[in-house]
Design a protein. Sequence first.
Length: 140
Amino acid sequence: MISKERVRNMTKLAVYDAGEGRRTEKMTQYFRRDYVAMEMIKSFFGGTIAYGLLLFLWVIYEMETLEDFFAELDVTGFTVVAVLVYVLFIVLFLLITYIVYNKRYTAGRKQLKQYYRGLRKVHALLDQEGIPRRTEKREE
């Protein structure tokens, strides 16, 4: 006879495994420090590209007023200001990245623990019912 509790638990596990479980599984293959560092490296390059695009859009938007600005341009001062703004932008961007991905990793680990708890529960129900577990993986 089919156990409603077992089917309910198996359905929850399957829904998690098909959706959130894929992202969590990839995430938890790394140590927290390695995962966060990898995401910060990606964010560094993404932030650099974003800063370049924002600077380009600002230059296009201010094109008329920049003609006068470029006539009296202090290249050194402008470069220093642009680099300082870039460094500030990247530091804030990486700080936000660190916080977000650290929290995601922590939440993913908790979800994975719940998944394994549910899996043990299903296995216990299968053992109670005397149904043999399938241990080999199917080839797809």
